[in-house]
Design a protein around this ligand. Structure first.
Ligand SMILES: [Zn+2]
Length: 132
């Protein structure tokens, strides 16, 4: 674990404001364990406003940035939802990345989630492993 996270500020053209970025070492890809991917950019300002098709900082869908942030363990004010993770089977508080996705901090699985509401019996959250 490196405690010294290097952060820098850059302008996000989607959020139209300066955001804080940090970098984490990319997860090694299976089959290429010896090759280190270049470091991943992680935006510390990821949030509800990241609703565009493409995050201008990662050139990827915003969900990818959300998962990176959750995986990085960087301090972030996550909203959580209590559900059973399909990855590890534990009932835990999943970090809500967007309205469809939540991240299990126990095993690192990204789940899709939805709330089932019952007329008289409150509601229950169902989580499902995200494919792809
Ligand atoms: Zn899990």
């Amino acid at each position: 674990m490196t405690e010294e996270a290097k952060t820098r500020t850059t302008y996000c053209s989607h959020c139209q404001k300066d955001v804080d970025l940090t970098e984490t070492e990319a997860a090694p890809r299976s089959g290429h364990a010896m090759l280190q991917e270049s470091d991943e950019v992680v935006c510390l300002d990821f949030g509800d406003h990241c609703d565009g098709d493409v995050c201008p900082l990662s050139k990827l869908r915003p969900i990818v940035m959300g998962v990176r942030l959750a995986r990085s363990g960087a301090k972030h004010d996550w909203k959580t939802v209590r559900a059973q993770c399909e990855g590890c089977g534990q009932v835990s508080d999943l970090n809500i990345i967007d309205k469809d996705h939540a991240y299990c901090t126990l095993c690192g699985t990204t789940n899709t989630w939805m709330v089932l509401e019952f007329e008289d019996d409150g509601k229950v959250v169902v989580a499902k492993r995200k494919e792809g």
